[in-house]
Design a binder for this molecule. Structure first.
Ligand SMILES: [Zn+2]
Length: 475
């Protein structure tokens, strides 16, 4: 057990500590699901998994509360694996949470507060013997972060209930009642290659230190894009032959780092000073001090791109439509956006990953078409996948009204309602069970999808106290 298990409410932090101890990046959630099943069965709760690996845990109604409609608490099992040190192995190494003043962070990695805090709160509610309430359930989905895959495949009877409280938002005091839909689009092209030039030396050019962040929440927060910036820098240099270009890992993160292998036949000192000037400009634009471009000697690659392909690729990346395209003024959020997420140079092909989001499904489709037209001009073929619908706000439903009234009594302030520019699983659930009333709450995980992620200890306590009252109030 780590020091966080001693925090209050202990029922929540004990589970959060368990979650941290079991590796659970997207696509590898089975071990965590099994650990939660074991924990739940020791407490006489009923568990079942569906074919996709999603987990549901049920608790019966207290005597006299059998007629109260079932409340489902829902969170996702997976976390986004980002580490400061590339050698960190998310499949075998546990997250190391620690207390830092009034918050919990992880050493050198994402914390997984998104959505470990949701799992922990849901489990604690299921195990809370003092709650005199109707039946409650927890539904934990797999691979939310890689495109709501578990939610899309969730078997409909897993959503048997009247109210669903998603625990993947926040911070406290705010409730989400609608969200953007999204889609991924991957472009594939077979590059023109030739044997690498005899003259010049081989170098790795590494642009690093951009802030990165979530491709929905942070898309309008001036975070820059490492792929576009590195492509722009390379495009402006002479006597440079490009051999590879790579960046990005998680599809839904803004890339904070990009690297290229080059063969360079000019004056290396000049290239280095151009890099210093370029990173200085970027730091100015982004109001940072952290952006660097390093030029490091490396092993000579056997192949380089043809001049034509190099020019076309770098131009396409540097000029790719990216960021927020349109805002919804009423909700005060981004309406439609795209994120250039990753580039991979492989033996036979080059892959470019992007994602598009919008509150309106038809605007998302238009944005996808715009990206397809852009990358299509240099021959790349795009495939749209994992598209999911938005979630239309219903501010007048019973669940939202009860939450608002109770929050006002509990916290002495109004519960803020909002829609967000990020995909939430609620859109999928609303489609599968149209009777379901939905709301999304959470303690919040500022800096999520980066190694700066943290969870505020007080916020967990406040939200947990609220939900303890809500389950008794909601009839
Ligand atoms: Zn999440």
């Amino acid at each position: 057990m780590s020091e966080i298990a001693s925090l209050s409410p202990s029922a929540v932090w004990e589970v959060f500590d368990l979650v941290c101890s079991v590796p659970h990046p997207s696509g590898h959630e089975a071990a965590l699901a099994d650990a939660l099943i074991k924990y739940a069965e020791q407490r006489s709760l009923h568990c079942r998994k569906d074919a996709a690996g999603n987990l549901r845990i049920d608790r019966d109604a207290a005597p006299g509360f059998e007629d109260v409609p079932r409340i489902i608490f829902q969170a996702h099992l997976d976390m986004v694996p980002v580490a400061d040190d590339e050698s960190f192995d998310f499949l075998t190494q546990a997250i190391e949470p620690y207390i830092d003043g009034d918050v919990v962070r992880a050493r050198g990695t994402t914390l997984g507060g998104d959505d470990g805090s949701g799992i922990a709160i849901a489990m604690a509610l299921l195990c809370d013997k003092n709650l005199q309430c109707g039946a409650i359930s927890a539904v934990f989905t797999v691979s939310e972060e890689t495109g709501l895959i578990g939610a899309a495949a969730l078997e409909e009877d897993m959503l048997d209930g009247k109210y669903l409280i998603n625990l993947d938002c926040g911070p406290v005091g705010r409730a989400t009642i609608g969200c953007a839909g999204g889609a991924r689009q991957e472009f594939v092209i077979v590059p023109e290659r030739e044997k690498s030039a005899a003259e010049g030396n081989a170098f790795k050019v590494v642009l690093d230190g951009l802030p990165g962040g979530h491709s929905g929440d942070c898309i309008d927060k001036n975070r820059g894009n490492a792929i576009k910036s590195l492509a722009g820098f390379l495009l402006a240099q002479k006597q440079l032959k490009l051999c590879s270009f790579n960046s990005g890992n998680a599809d839904n993160a803004i890339p904070h780092e990009a690297r290229a292998e080059i063969i360079f036949s000019g004056d290396i000192e000049q290239l280095k000073s151009a890099a210093t000037v370029f990173s200085g400009i970027l730091n100015g634009e982004l109001q940072r001090k952290s952006v660097t471009i390093e030029i490091i000697p490396c092993e000579r690659p056997a192949m380089q791109f043809s001049d034509r392909f190099q020019e076309e690729l770098l131009t396409a990346l540097a000029l790719a439509p990216n960021g927020a395209f349109e805002r919804d003024e009423e909700l005060g959020i981004v309406k439609t956006s795209s994120n250039l997420a990753a580039v991979f140079t492989e033996a036979e092909q080059l892959r470019i990953r992007t994602s598009q989001r919008s509150l309106a499904d038809e605007c998302r489709e238009q944005a996808s078409a715009m990206l397809a037209a852009h990358f299509g001009t240099f021959g790349a073929v795009g495939t749209v996948s994992s598209s999911y619908p938005g979630w239309t706000p219903r501010p007048d439903c019973k669940l939202v009204s009860v939450c608002r009234n109770l929050w006002e009594k509990y916290a002495g302030s109004a519960l803020q309602l909002e829609a967000i520019h990020a995909g939430l699983e609620c859109g999928m659930f609303g489609r599968k069970n149209p009777e379901l009333e939905l709301i999304s709450l959470g303690p919040g995980a500022p800096g999520c999808h980066t190694t700066k992620e943290y969870v505020k200890i007080d916020n967990v306590k406040i939200l947990y106290g609220f939900l303890q009252q809500l389950v008794c109030e909601l009839k």
